[in-house]
Design a protein around this ligand. Sequence first.
Ligand code: TYM
Length: 335
Amino acid sequence: MKIVLSGIQPTNMITIGNYLGALRNIINFQKDNKLMIFIADLHAITKDFNPKELQQNKKSIAALYMACGLNPYDNIIFYQSDVIEHSHLSYLLLCHTYMGELNRMTQFKDKSSKMAMANGTQNIPTGLFVYPTLMAADILLYDADIVPVGKDQTQHMELTRDIAIRFNKKYKEDIFKVPNIYVAEKGAKIMDLQNPDIKMSKSNENTKGTIFLLEPIDNIRKKIMSAKTDSFDNVKYDQTNQPGVSNLIIIYSCLSNKSINDIELLYKNKKYGDFKKDLADIVCNHIKELQDKYYEIIKNVDFDKQLQKNAQICQKIAAKKIDKIHKILGLKVGN
Ligand code: TYM
C-alpha cells in the first residue's frame, strides 16, 4: 500500500479552493492507499493568529475532513503538533537547506510582503521563512509516496524532493523516500471570484471573492451571482481573455463531472446569468450536503480521543525515523 499524505492549515476557514484543489482528491485515494492526513497547526502560527480561534479551527477542519468522507477510525487523521518529531526533523532539515532556496519561495515573498504592508514594519517571523522545511519534515518523516496538493504548493514540494535527494546523497543511504507530487488535472488552482488574476485564498482581503465551505448558503449564492466575468457574455473557457468565466467553468466541471466542452455546448446560446444561476445551484447543493454532515459530526461525534490515538501511532513511526537519522548524523551515542 502506498502512503498518501497531505495537510491543511487551520487558518480561517476552508475554501472551495482547498476543497477542489486538495481535500476532495485526498478522499479519492482512500480506497487503495494508506492515508495520513493532518491539520497543520504548526504552520498556522507562522503568521499572526488568535489562540482561541486556532483551537476552534483545528477541530473544525478535523470535522470537515470527516464530513468530506474521511473516517478517522480507518484513516490516520491527526493534529500535527501532537507529534513533536515534525518540528525536530524540520530543524535537522534546516541544517541541510540553503538560504537561497528559502529566499526563492514565492509563497514566502507573497505572504511576507503582505505582512510588511499590514504592520508597516519588516517584522517577518522567521517561522514563515523556514516554513517549507517544516512541510518537508511533515512528508519525509513518514516516507510518503504521494502528496496531493494544489498548484500553489508545488514549489514547496520540489524543495522537499531536493532536500530528500541531497540528504540521501550526502550520507550515502536511502534515508528518505523521495515523494511524488499529485496535482489534480482540474481545480488545482481556483481563482478569486472578484479578482480572477489571483488565487482564491482563506486570507484574501476582499472576502466577496472567496467561497468558504462553512458560510451561509445564501452568501455563497450571492458571491457566485456577483462573480466578476467580462462583457463577452459567451460561456467559453479562455483563461487569457476570459479568466473569470473560465474559473467558474472549472468549478462547475469539478462539481458536475461534466467536461469543459460539455459545459460550453450546454450554454452556447445562453447568458452568463443563466450559467451562474445553474452553477450557484450546483455549488450550493453540494456545499449544503457537506455542511449538514459537518454540523452533525461537530455536534454529536467525540473524535478527540481518536485523533490522539492516531497521533500516538504517528509518533511511534516518527520516533523510529528520528532515531535512524540521529544515528546517521552522529548525534546518537550508544545503541
Ligand atoms: P493550505 O492550508 O494553504 O491549503 C491546503 C490545500 O489546499 C490547496 N489550495 C488550493 N487548491 C486549489 N485552488 C486554490 N485556490 C487553493 N488554495 C489552497 C493547497 O495547495 C493545499 O494543498 N503548506 C500547506 C499545508 C501543508 C502540507 C504539508 C500539505 C503543511 N504540510 C505537507 C501537504 C503536505 C498549506 O499551507 O496548505
